[in-house]
Design a protein. Structure first.
Length: 277
């Protein structure tokens, strides 16, 4: 069992490639082929460094519990190796969407659970549950769409924005440890960290994550048309027990139509990446 991270060589490759991609402009919407608005200014109410530190602590605690239960996949697990290979393709294209990603210590881990779920916490802490891979029988292109979508939530700092809005309106959120199926994680020292896995993003957040994730995956040489088959599978599985992903990422025909409308914007990126090998 391990708490493995993206290798140093991969992180160096991420910095080189992302820095080159960011050279033309510092603004993500101008760099991207998909069109999303500027990040919300509300997020400045929540210190990014504090939130990322809380996320790292919560992520480590979650992995420790998974390891203790024999649910954390080892380095040589085929599905984990597959996920990390996808991450190596996507991470180099993250920096233009968020300058803070230069400092992130990306991690990818796999937890044995029938739940259909995946997430990327602030600071690049990615986790997949085996259920989303096995029950939906995701092809690599579809798994890349899930990962790109979750990475986009972190890059666009949707959690930071949601927490700022929650604090501004005086509402409280709890961790909701049952989401993980791993028992009571307890409260962390940093109150912000206890909110991360119970956040529900807005429709606007979900659209942004879909589009930014679509572009990340296309630049990583994953077929953007897989975004449609992914959400078709999600919709078909929506009646199954344990489909936690749809509790925070509702599916529907509008979502698929939006993706279909944006696929032509990134097809050239995909073809270029695919030819480059």
């Amino acid at each position: 069992m391990c708490n493995a991270r993206i290798p140093l060589a991969a992180r160096r490759g991420f910095l080189r490639a992302a820095a080159a991609a960011a050279g033309a402009t510092a603004l993500a919407p101008a760099w991207g082929q998909v069109q999303v608005g500027p990040p919300s200014k509300l997020r400045s109410l929540v210190p990014a460094q504090q939130l990322e530190a809380a996320a790292a602590q919560q992520y480590a605690q979650m992995l420790a519990q998974a390891r203790a239960q024999g649910a954390l996949a080892p380095d040589d697990h085929p599905q984990l190796r597959r996920l990390r290979a996808i991450a190596r393709q996507l991470i180099p294209h993250a920096l233009p969407w968020n300058e803070r990603a230069r400092q992130w210590r990306w991690e990818v881990n796999l937890i044995g659970s029938r739940q259909i779920n995946a997430f990327c916490m602030p600071g690049g802490k990615i986790a997949f549950f085996t259920g989303i891979l096995d029950q939906l029988r995701l092809a690599d292109d579809e798994a890349a769409m899930v990962m790109g979508h979750e990475m986009a939530h972190a890059l666009r700092e949707h959690a930071r924005e949601r927490i700022a809005k929650t604090q501004a309106t005086g509402l409280g959120l709890s961790l909701g440890a049952q989401l993980l199926g791993l028992g009571d994680l307890g409260r962390l020292a940093a109150d912000l960290g206890t909110q991360l896995l119970s956040l529900k993003f807005s429709r606007e957040d979900e659209v942004e994550a879909d589009l930014v994730g679509l572009e990340l995956a296309a630049r990583g040489a994953y077929d953007p048309r897989a975004s449609v088959t992914l959400w078709q599978k999600m919709a078909a599985a929506s009646g199954n027990n344990g489909l936690e992903f749809l509790s925070t990422h509702p599916s529907g025909p509008n979502r698929i139509r939006e993706l279909e409308a944006n696929i032509p914007k990134v097809e050239a990126l995909y073809e270029q990446a695919r030819r480059a090998g």
